[in-house]
Design a protein around this ligand. Sequence first.
Ligand code: FES
Length: 120
Amino acid sequence: MNKILLGVIDDFAEEQAKGFDLNHSGSDTFFIVRSKNKLFAYKDSCPHYGDTTLPWKRHHYLNNVAEYIVCAAHGALFQIENGKCIQGPCLGQKLTKVPIEISEQNEIWIDQTIIKEFNL
Ligand code: FES
C-alpha cells in the first residue's frame, strides 16, 4: 500500500482545519482545510520565516472568522483556496500546496511519495 488514509470528508466541518503528524513527532507537518465544500492541503510552514509553523494551538489554522489561514507568529493571512498571502510580511508569497486524493467513498488519501517529496 503506497497511500495513507487521512480520514473522510465528514471528519471536517465547513471552515474547519486539521493538522497531521504522520511521523508522530509531536508536531504537525501539514494541514487540511475544508472550505466551501472543498478540501485544501498545505505544508505547515510559513513562507515568511524558515520552517515556522502556523498555528498558535493545534488545529487552529484559520483566523477568528474562518475566512483566511493565519500564521500566529506575525499575523500573515493566506487565502484558503490558493495559499497566497494577502496581508502580512510575506505578501504575495504562497503556502506550499500538498496533493491529496479524495476517493469515491469520500476518503482522504495521501501518497507515500508525496510525504517523502514534501518532507511531511
Ligand atoms: S513566520 Fe509566519 S508571518 Fe512571520
